[in-house]
Design a protein around this ligand. Structure first.
Ligand SMILES: Cc1cc2nc3c(=O)[nH]c(=O)nc-3n(C[C@H](O)[C@H](O)[C@H](O)COP(=O)(O)O)c2cc1C
Ligand code: SF4
Length: 396
């Protein structure tokens, strides 16, 4: 049996969630936003958008009602750190959401919880009730002039509903399909009102930053990716689990931490991520090099990389919402090509055409799902060229 592992030194264990909340309530909304901007915090859900800037846009947007939405859909294959955060540190997340509400002027908060996490509902609702009972949520948060409450809404199991505009469609009771952007969610989100959507971990760090200050957060990381990040690490390793590491950690360092030194490849960022081969293990896991919302899947020496590509492409074909042709029709063509390669009846020239198609899907798709659906396949073809071309019929 594989024993999973949660690193003992998680910063969140040492933080009093309410200290950050109290600090935020004593500050002006603008000062709260400045604190988050100065910290350099970027979204922990994957895209790495600066959190302070997002909150500033939402604060500036006009609207009677504003919303703070916690994206707890956690549908990326290989990601499970948000589940750990919600299980162990729910008050940190709720405090972070309340701080965001203070910053943007929102009165309603919603946690969009992954459908498969129904079993977390009881604990989360209990934590919310405790907060209402002692005034950390309600008409006057901590006795001040901020009204805010949080409800939990269940997701329905579609990967695309983690994409923030599809998530809002789903919250509004519609089919989960991504919207065109602009307008952006911070301006026109839930019920066309200004809405902040952040990842579970982003809210948790926001609460830490309000307590400890922006400089505390900046002590580790790279120029463009500061702070610690939680990683969900799985696959062919000795110690799968949740790890907190500084952004900018190299793939090699990460592999050493998890007992995966003999890896053949690592898929970083889940199905939307990319495959990094042995020759690139000195690359850094951070927004400007190899980004991830937290998913790290390690493949050992015996793995067939075509099977890896097939697995991720099957997922993408299943999860495409079908609105746009490149994503709906293109991904099955990539999958078909991988299966042809496996069966030994794909020519090298057809493979080249399919690689070009993968690039077109990226360029022509409407949302992040289609824009990233071919990443793992394309990076496998790039890094395992000999292994893949060896399966193609004819010369390159
Ligand atoms: C297909 C798809 C699935 C996504 N799934 C999630 C998810 O499960 N959780 C998440 O926080 N962000 C997810 N995102 C990113 C969100 O659209 C959005 O960028 C994020 O919630 C913003 O929060 P952050 O700035 O705190 O990272 C997904 C994006 C795409 C394109
Ligand atoms: S890219 Fe794919 S998932 Fe996104 S809107 Fe188009 S069809 Fe839907």
């Amino acid at each position: 049996m594989i024993k999973s592992f949660v690193q003992k030194k998680l910063t969140f264990r040492e933080i009093d969630p309410e200290k950050g909340l109290r600090a935020a309530m004593d500050l002006s909304p603008e000062a709260v936003i400045d604190c988050i901007s100065d910290s350099g915090l970027k979204g922990r859900g994957g895209a790495g958008f600066p959190t302070g800037a997002k909150w500033k846009f939402c604060r500036a947007a006009k609207g009677e009602q504003k919303y703070v939405v916690c994206n707890a859909d956690e549908g990326e294959p290989g990601t499970f750190k948000d589940r750990v955060i919600l299980t162990r540190f729910p008050h940190l997340v709720f405090a972070g959401m309340t701080i965001a509400a203070r910053a943007v002027g929102a009165t309603r908060g919603i946690v969009y919880l992954r459908g498969e996490y129904t079993y977390l509902l009881g604990g989360l609702k209990k934590a919310l009730q405790e907060r209402r009972d002692d005034g950390r949520l309600g008409p006057a948060v901590l006795g001040g002039d901020q009204e805010f409450d949080i409800e939990i809404r269940m997701g329905s199991g579609a990967y695309v509903c983690g994409e923030e505009t599809a998530l809002i469609e789903s919250l509004e009771g519609h089919r989960g399909e991504s919207r065109n952007r602009p307008p952006f969610t911070a301006d026109t989100g839930m019920n066309a009102d200004p809405t902040v959507v952040n990842n579970v971990e982003t809210f948790a760090w926001a609460a830490c930053i309000l307590d400890k200050g922006p400089d505390w957060f900046r002590v580790v990381g790279t120029d463009h990716s500061v702070g610690f990040k939680l990683f969900s690490v799985s696959g062919d390793i000795d110690r799968p689990g949740v790890y907190e590491l500084p952004l900018g950690t190299t793939v090699q360092e990460l592999l050493e931490a998890v007992g995966g030194e003999n890896a053949k490849a690592v898929v970083i960022g889940g199905a939307a991520g990319r495959c990094v081969g042995q020759g690139e293990f000195d690359r850094k896991v951070c927004y400007e090099d190899v980004p991830t919302g937290g998913a790290v899947i390690v493949f050992g020496p015996g793995r067939d990389m075509l099977e890896v590509a097939e697995n991720f492409l099957e997922f993408m074909c299943e999860e495409s919402c079908g609105q746009c042709t490149p994503c709906r029709v293109g991904n099955p063509k990539l999958l078909e090509c991988v299966r042809m390669l496996k069966d030994g009846n794909c020519s090298a020239s057809y493979l080249r055409e399919i690689v070009a198609l993968g690039e077109s899907i990226h360029a022509a798709s409407k949302c992040g799902l289609g824009q990233s659906s071919g990443n793992v396949f394309l990076s496998i073809v790039e890094h395992f060229r000999e292994e893949i071309m060896g399966r193609a019929v004819g010369s390159v």
